[in-house]
Design a protein around this ligand. Structure first.
Ligand code: FMN
Length: 156
């Protein structure tokens, strides 16, 4: 695990949602998480990946050129399609500093299991108020992250 300075004005964050080409098993997601951890660590990219009801949402953060490079690979991956970028912006500090890529089960994120799924689905189907939805989703994910103890964090 590479440690970063949390605050760095050059941190770029990209958030997207996409649809899985076919339903994925947990093993498939963990395979994505594993390769992502290896590749992202090499280039100092951190983030989080959620998946439910055939929808992905992923946050990528790091130096812009590195995030762009990783994202251009992800875009070409045939396991998903209909990729909608919700947010791409410079941020004051990394939000997922400890995670090169962490898969989070939506059930762990919110008591109401379907809540975030529906948010993600709403984002894709309506494309209205996308920014508000994205912010809300970020808030939920951050709350989840902050509530993670080391034990839960490495739970498999
Ligand atoms: C939804 C989704 C998210 C992904 N996220 C990442 C990622 O953050 N980093 C990464 O290196 N690969 C990610 N991948 C996998 C890449 O598309 C690609 O398969 C992988 O980078 C190939 O790595 P390799 O050349 O080392 O085998 C993701 C794939 C999917 C479907």
């Amino acid at each position: 695990m590479t440690r970063f300075a949390k605050s760095n004005n050059n941190i770029y964050q990209l958030v997207y949602v996409s649809s899985a080409t076919k339903p994925l098993e947990l093993n498939d997601i963990h395979a994505i998480e594993k390769v992502s951890n290896i590749n992202n660590e090499k280039v100092g990219v951190t983030g989080v990946l959620t998946y439910c009801d055939c929808k992905f949402m992923q946050f990528l953060e790091g130096q812009k050129s590195n995030v762009d490079n990783i994202f251009s690979i992800i875009r070409k991956d045939r396991r998903h399609h209909s990729i909608d970028v919700l947010r791409q912006d410079f941020i004051n500090e990394r939000q997922f500093i400890d995670w090169h890529m962490k898969y989070t089960n939506v059930d762990d994120i919110h008591d109401d299991h379907g809540f975030l799924c529906h948010k993600i689905f709403d984002i894709q189907s309506h494309r209205l108020g996308v920014y508000e939805h994205a912010l809300e989703s970020i808030t939920i994910l951050m709350a989840f992250k902050n509530s993670c103890s080391e034990k839960i964090y490495y739970k498999r």
